[in-house]
Write a new protein. Structure first.
Length: 403
C-alpha cells in the first residue's frame, strides 16, 4: 500500500511538471516574440531537472556513522562523523543530511550541526562532523540518518530515511578519592554497631580474662572457679568486610549527583580490594552480587548508567520490604538525599543483625548539617548507625571527616 501511494505521488508530480512545461510552451507558441521564447528556454532546464529528480532513487545512498571513542562518561565531549556515499554520479545541486538523535541529545549538539546542507554536484562521496558536548548519563540511541533534496524552484522535494541504529551507554562520572578511609569507615560502623547488636552466643571459640564492660552473661563460672579469677567466653567474630551499596532511587533534584557519588564510592572501594554488591529498587530492580575486581566495576557502572529515579515509595519503605537486603550479610552503605527518623528505624534492623550500617546523606547546599539533621545523626548513632553528610562538590571532604 505504501509503495502504491509513493508511486502515485511520483506520477502526480511528473504530471504537474509536464503540464507546466506545456503551458509555458503554449504561451510561447501563441504569443511569439523573443520574450516568450526566452522565458520558455530559461524555464526548460529547471523543469527537466525537476522531472528527472522525481525518478532519482535516494535509496541508493549509504551512510556510515563513526564516533570519536567507545567509552563514555557523563560530561564528556564526543565528535560524530557522518559519511555519505552513492553508487551513481547524477548531479545533485544539494542534499540535506541530518543525523537523527534523541531530544535530550539534540540539546547537547553544538549549533545543531547534526543537520547540514552539502552541495554535492557530481561527487559520489561526502562527509561532515559535529560535536556533542556535556554528554548526559544514560543510554542514548542514534536511530537513523535522514537525507533530503529538491530542485531550485521548490517543485520537487524528496526524502529518504536510512536506518543506521547505534546505541551508546554513558557511564556516570566519578572522582578518585586519593585517601578514602574505607577501612576507617567500616571500623567505625562496626564499633557503633557492636554496642547495640546482639552477640551471637552459639559459637564459642575460647575463654579470656574478664575485661571491664563484658556482660554478666558472658562469664564462664566453671573456668573462673578453677582459675581463681574471672574469665569470660570468647565468641566468634563474624562481621564481614564485604560491602553492599544501596542507592535511593526516589525522584530528587540531586539524583545525578547521588549516582556520581555511588560510582565514586564503588570505584574506590574496589580499588582498595573490598568486595562490593549493589542494590537499587525501581521499576526494574537491580541486584549485583558481592564480588571484586574489574568485572564488578563494569557491572556497577553499567547499572548506574541505566538507572532512573522512578520509585514512587519512600526509601525507608523500600529497604524495609526488599527481601534481597535481608538475605545479605555484609556492611551496608546507603546513599540517599533525605535523612529521616523512619529511615533510621528501617536501617536499624541490619544493625541488630550485626551488619554495620553507614548512611551517606548528600545535601543540596554547601554547609554543615541543620540542627534537625544533627539530632537525627545522634539518634542514628544511638542505634549503632554511622551517618556521614556529603556536601555539594565535596565528596572527599565529607569522607575524610571520619578520621
Amino acid at each position: 500500500m505504501k509503495n502504491i501511494f509513493q508511486l502515485g505521488i511520483k506520477l502526480w508530480k511528473s504530471f504537474r511538471l509536464i503540464f507546466l512545461i506545456a503551458i509555458v510552451f503554449s504561451y510561447a507558441m501563441f504569443q511569439g516574440g523573443f520574450v516568450s521564447w526566452f522565458l520558455f528556454y530559461s524555464f526548460l532546464p529547471f523543469a527537466l531537472y525537476a522531472l528527472y529528480l522525481v525518478f532519482v532513487p535516494l535509496q541508493s545512498f549509504s551512510v556510515q556513522r563513526r564516533l570519536s571513542k567507545w567509552e563514555y562518561y557523563a560530561h564528556d565531549d564526543i565528535t560524530v562523523t557522518i559519511q555519505v556515499k552513492r553508487n551513481h554520479s547524477f548531479p545533485l545541486l544539494f542534499i540535506i543530511v541530518e543525523d537523527v538523535v534523541s531530544p535530550l541529545m539534540q540539546e547537547k549538539v553544538i549549533d545543531n550541526k547534526n543537520k547540514r546542507i552539502i552541495y554535492l554536484g557530481f561527487k559520489k562521496e561526502c562527509s561532515y562532523q559535529y560535536e556533542i558536548r556535556n554528554l548526559p548519563r544514560g543510554e542514548h540511541v542514534f536511530p537513523s540518518v535522514r537525507i533530503m533534496t529538491g530542485d531550485l524552484l521548490g517543485m520537487i522535494e524528496k526524502e529518504s530515511v536510512i536506518k543506521r541504529k547505534e546505541t551508546i551507554l554513558v557511564f556516570p562520572s566519578y572522582q578518585e578519592f586519593v585517601n578514602l578511609p574505607a577501612s576507617r569507615i567500616l571500623e567505625q560502623g562496626k564499633l557503633l554497631m557492636g554496642g547495640h547488636a546482639q552477640r551471637e552466643t552459639t559459637t564459642i571459640v575460647g575463654i579470656r580474662e574478664y575485661q571491664p564492660g563484658d556482660r554478666f552473661s558472658w562469664i564462664n563460672w566453671k573456668a573462673s572457679a578453677k582459675r581463681a579469677g574471672m574469665v569470660t567466653k570468647e565468641f566468634e567474630h563474624r562481621t564481614s568486610t564485604d560491602v553492599v551499596i544501596v542507592l535511593d532511587s526516589t525522584p530528587t533534584a540531586i539524583f545525578e549527583r547521588m549516582v556520581s557519588f555511588t560510582a565514586s564510592l564503588g570505584q574506590n572501594l574496589l580499588y582498595q580490594g573490598i568486595q562490593i554488591g549493589f542494590i537499587a529498587v525501581n521499576e526494574d530492580p537491580v541486584s549485583m552480587p558481592i564480588q571484586g575486581g574489574e568485572s564488578s566495576r563494569q557491572q556497577l557502572f553499567y547499572h548506574l548508567a541505566k538507572i532512573q529515579p522512578n520509585v514512587s515509595k519512600d526509601f525507608d519503605r523500600v529497604i524495609g520490604e526488599e527481601q534481597l537486603l535481608m538475605r545479605k550479610r555484609a556492611a551496608f552503605m546507603l546513599v540517599t538525599s533525605q535523612l529521616s527518623e523512619s529511615l533510621i528505624e528501617a536501617a536499624r534492623n541490619w544493625s541488630v543483625r550485626r551488619c554495620p550500617v553507614i548512611l551517606f546523606v548528600l545535601e543540596t547546599e554547601q554547609g554543615f548539617a541543620s540542627s534537625s539533621q544533627a539530632s537525627l545523626k545522634l539518634m542514628a548513632k544511638s542505634y549503632g548507625i554511622l551517618v556521614i553528610f556529603i556536601h555539594e562538590g565535596q565528596f572527599s571532604a565529607g569522607l575524610m571527616e571520619v578520621n
